[in-house]
Ligand binder design. Structure first.
Ligand code: ZN
Length: 164
């Protein structure tokens, strides 16, 4: 048995004010779980992406999350839960005024191919993305795989304005 106090798990660098990886603290072997708090403008993910191997579920405990999907935007309110199949593209946001508290669960605990699409201003289209941590470890940077242009940069904790 493992019991974890979520607030005591280290925060990580994400486009969200809070994202705590619970998988390792719980010693999970077949299931990924992440805890999120999204301020208005924050996102669950670095890119519009899919997982080749893992299906994923998002439970919204507070606030309203809006997922960008192949079928257009889907709002998920407190008390609702949303499932994505393997290879379905999605990216979740907080487009509301209220903080979102949520859990993301994915299984199995492997991802396979994960295309990550972001808008590249130089290519003027959605292109696949490479994510890297800066050398000092304080930020994550996104680069377009087609031309190398930087398309985003994120820090731990709250960030000003809308997170792209
Ligand atoms: Zn580019």
């Amino acid at each position: 048995m493992e019991k974890v106090r979520i607030d005591e798990v280290e925060n990580s660098i994400q486009p969200a004010a809070v994202m705590r990886h619970l998988t390792e603290p719980l010693g999970l072997t077949d299931l990924a779980i992440n805890y999120y708090e999204l301020e208005p403008g924050d996102s669950y993910a670095f890119a519009y992406h899919s997982h080749e191997v893992q299906e994923e579920v998002f439970y919204v405990q507070e606030g309203t999350a809006t997922f960008e999907t192949a079928d257009g935007p889907v709002a998920v309110e407190a008390g609702e839960i949303l499932r994505f199949d393997r290879e379905e593209f999605q990216r979740g946001w907080n487009r509301g005024d209220e903080r979102v508290r949520a859990l993301a669960l994915g299984a199995p605990l492997e991802y396979g191919d994960q295309p990550k699409l972001r808008h590249c201003p130089d290519c003027d289209e959605q292109t696949d993305t490479r994510l890297e941590r800066t050398e000092d470890g304080t930020a994550v940077v996104a680069h377009c795989r087609a031309c190398g242009a930087e398309t985003g940069q994120w820090y731990e904790g709250s960030m000003d304005g809308d997170v792209l």
